[in-house]
Write a protein that binds this ligand. Structure first.
Ligand code: NI
Length: 156
């Protein structure tokens, strides 16, 4: 288990577009394990590779139903809109209202580079969109309506 250092907003790496993963390697398996450890350590529901300084299209998500690993994820369909508070481990202690699709269908590769299609609503749809945005160098703070506000973190 290894906890990696989370890059904070303002770090140039968070504004960069990530490269697709062509081949799964032992090193990337270690990265994925570390990303999950890092996300759970900070009670996050998602983490994208650029948040630990790696410009690869890999995200991990867990909204309470178990870990989901997505390599090279793509949103195929989206529907509806929900506006809810959203936060990010790269912007600790803050949240803001962000509109996101109520439903998304995502195509990705799993950790074994097998193609998967996932459908998501509510928090899971939000987490997918948020993490996929990270791969484009896009932070949720650019989508916030009405400004950021502090939140109480249940971090420890
Ligand atoms: Ni984030």
């Amino acid at each position: 288990m290894a906890i990696r250092k989370i890059r904070l907003e303002g770090d140039p790496v968070l504004g960069k577009k990530c490269r697709p993963v062509e081949v799964m390697t032992d090193k990337l398996h270690v990265l994925i394990g570390d990303m999950l450890d890092t996300m759970y350590e900070h009670n996050g529901v998602g983490l994208a590779a650029p948040q630990v300084g790696i410009l690869k299209r890999i995200v991990v998500v867990d909204v309470g139903d178990g870990p989901i690993v997505m390599v090279n994820p793509q949103i195929l369909e989206s529907e509806g809109e929900e506006i809810m508070d959203e936060g990010c481990l790269s912007v600790p202690g803050m949240a803001g209202q962000v509109p996101r699709p109520a439903y998304v269908k995502v195509k990705a590769l799993d950790e074994d580079m097998e193609e998967v299609e996932l459908e998501a609503t509510e928090l899971l749809a939000r987490a997918f969109c948020h993490e996929i945005d990270h791969l484009e160098g896009k932070m949720y703070t650019s989508l916030v309506q009405g400004g950021l506000h502090p939140v109480e973190y249940e971090d420890e």
